[in-house]
Design a protein around this ligand. Structure first.
Ligand code: ZN
Length: 286
C-alpha cells in the first residue's frame, strides 16, 4: 500500500495512493488514526480497514494532482542518517570503507515535503544533494536482531539528504550541516514493506534539471538496512515513524571537478524503483 499525507484544506489528511489517484483515509475512516505516526502505531488493527477503503475507494478517490502531498510524517520523532555507505561515494570522498557504521542525525524540523522547495541558505553557497533510500520504522524496539530487522521496518520512501557542505565539513560533527530547515525532503508517500520486498535491489537516481548525477542500486549498500536497524537499536529505542536515511551513492555535486553546487531555480529529483520520485525546487532563502 502507498500511504500519503496530503493537504486539501488547512488540515493534513491521510491518504491511500493507487496509480495517479488518492483516497482520503481521514474522511473515509476519521477514527482510524490522527496522523501517519498514529496510523503506523496502530497498523495491526488499522490495516484491514485501510485495505478495504483502498479497494472500495474508486468512487471517493481524486486525481493526485488535485492535492498537495506533504512529508509522509510531518514531524518524525527522529531522523537518523548514515554516512559513507556506498563504495563509489566513499571513493569520491577520498576515504576508506569505515569499520563501524557512521551515524548522524538530521533535525526533525528539517523534514520537508516531496515537492516543496529546498532553501539555499543565506550563509552558504555549498548546497548539495544526496539521493537516499529512506526506511520508516514500524514496530521498532530496542536490541533488534539483524534477522528480525525486516519486521521492524514499516515501509520505504525516496529521500534527499540535502547537505550544506562547508557547514558539514568545517567541524568533525556533521549534524549542523545536515539539519538546515527544509533539508530532509522525503516521500512521495510511504510504500509499505510488503510491496517493496527486498529493499536491497532498487535502482536509485538523482537528477538535477534533468541531468543524471547519481545512478546506482541499493544492492551496493555497504551496511544493509538490516545491519543499520540492528546497530541503531543497540543504542536507542526505534519508535514508530522514526526515519532512517540509509546513505548515498557516488555522484554528489561536491565531488565533481569542479564542484557543482545547487543554485537558485535548480530542480532536484530523486527516483527509486517501486517507491516513486520526489522533486524539489531550490529557492534562495528569503
Ligand atoms: Zn547522506
Amino acid at each position: 500500500m502507498k500511504l500519503a499525507t496530503f493537504l486539501d484544506g488547512a488540515t493534513p489528511e491521510l491518504g491511500i495512493v493507487t496509480g495517479d489517484r488518492i483516497v482520503s483515509l481521514s474522511r473515509a475512516a476519521p477514527r482510524l488514526a490522527t496522523d501517519m505516526m498514529d496510523l503506523i502505531r496502530r497498523w495491526d488493527e488499522a490495516e484491514g480497514e485501510a485495505r478495504r477503503i483502498a479497494g472500495a475507494g474508486a468512487g471517493a478517490s481524486r486525481p493526485l494532482s488535485e492535492v498537495r502531498l506533504t512529508a509522509p510524517i510531518r514531524r518524525p520523532g527522529k531522523i537518523m542518517a548514515m554516512g559513507l555507505n556506498y563504495a563509489d561515494h566513499i571513493e569520491e570522498a577520498g576515504l576508506g570503507t569505515p569499520d563501524n557504521q557512521i551515524w548522524f542525525s538530521k533535525a526533525a524540523s528539517a523534514a520537508n515535503g516531496p515537492f516543496d522547495p529546498i532553501q539555499r541558505p543565506k550563509v552558504s553557497s555549498q548546497l548539495d544533494y544526496e539521493a537516499e533510500l529512506v526506511a520508516v520504522i514500524g514496530t521498532g524496539g530496542r536490541h533488534i536482531a539483524r534477522d528480525g530487522a525486516a519486521k521492524a521496518v514499516f515501509g520505504y520512501c525516496a529521500g534527499n539528504d540535502v547537505s550544506v557542505r562547508d557547514w558539514q565539513l568545517r567541524t568533525s560533527q556533521w549534524v549542523i550541516g545536515k539539519s538546515f530547515d527544509t533539508h530532509a525532503p522525503f516521500g512521495p508517500w510511504i510504500t509499505t514493506a510488503d510491496e517493496v520486498g527486498d529493499p536491497h535491489a532498487l535502482s536509485i537516481r538523482a537528477l538535477v534539471n534533468g541531468e543524471v548525477r547519481q545512478d546506482s542500486n541499493t544492492c551496493n549498500l555497504v551496511f544493509s538496512v538490516w545491519d543499520q536497524v540492528a546497530v541503531l537499536s543497540d543504542a536507542m529505542t526505534l519508535e514508530p515513524g522514526d526515519v532512517i536515511y540509509t546513505g548515498t551513492p557516488g555522484g554528489v555535486g561536491m565531488a565533481m571537478k569542479p564542484p557543482r553546487f545547487l543554485q537558485n531555480g535548480d530542480r532536484v529529483r530523486v527516483e527509486i524503483e517501486t517507491l516513486g520520485a520526489i522533486e524539489n525546487a531550490v529557492v534562495d532563502e528569503a
